[in-house]
Design a protein around this ligand. Structure first.
Ligand SMILES: [Mg+2]
Length: 300
């Protein structure tokens, strides 16, 4: 485990570096508060730190306050090291945001034990953070296709709308529906139906530009968002999506299945709300279905 040692006294710094290295830590030793602060702000900053209280530049307590003010979800575990052992000093040190406090001259075994506690806290904090991030991700992902789910793609559309509004630009949104999907399910079973939806998402995902998005809107319905609108380019992109589904049969459970999709697309007029955009795209989709499917209709 990486550990930062910030201590302006050469002897103490050298002793700390020697014992920590002996205990297996990867030690980064600095001699003033400014260096320590810069080190702790780095992307790959050590998650354990021993900070001297009194140092030139920035003192240990200032560093603790600065770090707590940053509100980092994965803050380092900080042990303040100092000769100031009065009760009010200890209280101030801990109030500043330090996790622990060790008096000089320190006892090696006590320091080691406290570092082990710190290491456990860092690991626990990391596990919790990963678990929360994983949950957040799952809450926004469609479990079948692995693409954003309805909630996520709608949030994305909302973000893009706000951006377009700020920049005075436009965007396209399209609702895509797999034609006669119920027949696929009825004839080949739901597992094949699922495989078809998965492959649809994959084919479309491969064909859109990096900054375009697709999400699963409902059963066999997908929502596409094209920010950075270039007018005709989006029409070509939508045409390509329709083709990439229809031009090659789907193969699932040994069956070759021809799949087509219909799309209803709308270019944002600068005023519509999300609900209105979706309704207009739905109206266009309805028209595409009515006109024979495997086609795109645009809301005028
Ligand atoms: Mg000092």
């Amino acid at each position: 485990m990486k550990i930062l040692v910030a201590e302006d006294d050469l002897t103490t710094r050298s002793v700390l570096k020697a014992v920590l290295t002996k205990w297996g830590y990867d030690v980064e030793a600095v001699e003033d508060g400014a260096e320590a602060w810069a080190c702790l702000l780095r992307e790959d900053a050590p998650k354990l730190a021993i900070l001297d209280w009194m140092m030139p530049g920035m003192d240990g307590v200032e560093i603790c306050r600065g770090l707590r003010a940053k509100d980092d979800p994965l803050p380092p575990y900080i042990i303040l090291l100092t000769g100031r052992g009065k009760r009010e000093d200890i209280v101030e040190g801990l109030h500043s945001g330090a996790n622990d406090y060790i008096l000089k001259p320190f006892d090696n075994e006590e320091l080691r034990a406290r570092l082990l506690v710190g290491g456990r806290m860092v690991e626990l904090q990391d596990k919790l953070y990963q678990a929360v991030e994983q949950q957040k991700k799952l809450a926004l992902t469609d479990s079948l296709t692995g693409i954003p789910n309805r909630r996520a793609i709608l949030e994305h559309l909302e973000t893009e709308l706000a951006r377009a509004s700020r920049k005075g630009s436009s965007l396209w949104a399209a609702v895509l529906d797999v034609d006669h999907f119920k027949q696929v399910n009825d004839r080949y079973g739901h597992l094949v139906g699922d495989a078809v939806l998965k492959e649809c998402a994959e084919r479309i995902g491969r064909s859109i530009r990096r900054y375009d998005s697709i999400g699963r809107y409902g059963g066999e319905e997908f929502l596409l968002v094209f920010p950075r609108s270039d007018g005709d380019l989006e029409i070509q992109a939508l045409e390509r999506i329709r083709e990439i589904i229809s031009e090659e049969d789907f193969v699932a459970a040994g069956q070759r299945i021809r799949i087509t999709v219909s799309l209803g697309a709308v270019r944002w007029n600068g005023a519509d709300t999300i609900d209105e955009i979706i309704r207009r795209a739905d109206d266009a989709l309805y028209l595409a279905k009515k006109k024979g499917r495997n086609r795109i209709e645009y809301f005028e």
